[in-house]
Design a protein around this ligand. Sequence first.
Ligand code: UDX
Length: 475
Amino acid sequence: MKISVIGAGYVGLTTAACLAQIGHDVFCGESDLEKLTKLQNGVMPLFEPNLEDVIKAGRKAGRLHFGSTEDAIAWGDAIFICVGTPPLANGDADLSAIEGVARSIARHASGYRLVIEKSTVPVQTGAQLQRHLAAHSRNGLSYDVASNPEFLREGSSVEDFLHPDRIVIGVDSPRAENLLRQIYEPIIHQSFSCPVHTSCPSRKNPIFLATDTNSAELIKHASNSFLAMKISFINMVANLCEVVGADVTKVAQGMGLDPRIGPSFLNPGIGFGGFCFPKDVQAFIRIAEKSRCDFSLLREVEKINQRRVEHFVEKVRKELWVVRGKKIAVWGLAFKPNTDDVRFAPSIALMKALLDEGASVRAYDPEAMEKAKSVLPNITFCSDPYDAAEGADAVLIVTEWDEFRQTDWKRLRSIVDQPLVIDGRNVFSPEGISRNGFRYISIGRVDALPSQPPADEKIDAALALAGNTASEVVA
Ligand code: UDX
């Protein structure tokens, strides 16, 4: 099928590349000329694992094209809207980019088109789109509007698109439903040749769930808000563990064994960030307020999250006594591993707090330093974790990149000024770190003092309990 994708951000690019991969003829439109030129010249405007290969394959096969929004609109029988919906100052989603695309579709498209909202939008946006298209259309345009929320995680968006748990569509006509089934047919039956996985993570066929448009729109906001609530819940439990001397890892493990709760999204830390959770929770609160439904539960979720960075800074203060003049190494800037995205990353608020208190900060991130430079001008960006830790009074772990799990503790011990690690993501087991001569402070667990190596068997038993292997945590 000929398909248009409007917007070449994380969602749009992944959607365009993967739809080309499963056999469609895709035209992706982008209004930012710098980004468009990069894409037309085969240069990636963002880092996302596997995406570059899928884009290359699509272009080589002649099934993936990049150009202007207008050219993209003229192309497809189905048009996926994947433009940004950033938060306004009051928490509402800014829908001006969606409105702009709807206006262009109304003006430039003719014949029948299926218009699909994939960007995260407030409930009833589909109905607004319908009205807008009706009011502005020329050239005998006829259309259906559908919702098809994305559940792509940055860092694994290609995998999530090709091997999803579920595909949700919101439709108000059988024609729209049939078209969307046709578009996703190879994914529904997992019948395409997977470009990136030699053994695919999940060959299970996804559930295809068709609802009305309003319900599909709500599914997206409700899912993200629920996951954010899970994270804030475990962060609150972590605070309690710190006070009473319990271990949040064990508590989360025990909770997660109940299938009604499940083990995922129970990792405590320095808080959730990124361009989805913070803005989606805010937008959902606003939707509820406007509908006069009391959703103060989500206000608490937000508040708990906002306090995470301050809670972490308090740990730094407690350890360093005076922060002014101290050298602090920050490992990780991206809001999570395997992405270069620093939007709403906890690292930004953390760094600002440390600088405000007069610390000097040396930071390292495997992928996110370029993007961080524009938002954090007053820190030193380093070439690797050891460079960042040179002469440090404390090493702070802010993003759980795999690279940090390979730390050479002997080397680190020889270059830091104080052997102190404060871990905002519980990457290591306290026993392993303290055995390497470091004081180790983490989230929701008892602080670990540097210790002499105990007998190997004892360490192995301790690590097994912590759910890690010796090679992961001990140099
Ligand atoms: C999310 C949703 O998962 C995805 O379905 C949706 O479509 C877009 O938003 P993403 O923003 O890429 O995806 O990140 P995700 O992996 O969900 O993590 C979000 C944040 O929560 C990160 O900052 C992460 O560090 C944090 N997190 C996640 C925790 O603090 N603890 C956890 O247990 C899980």
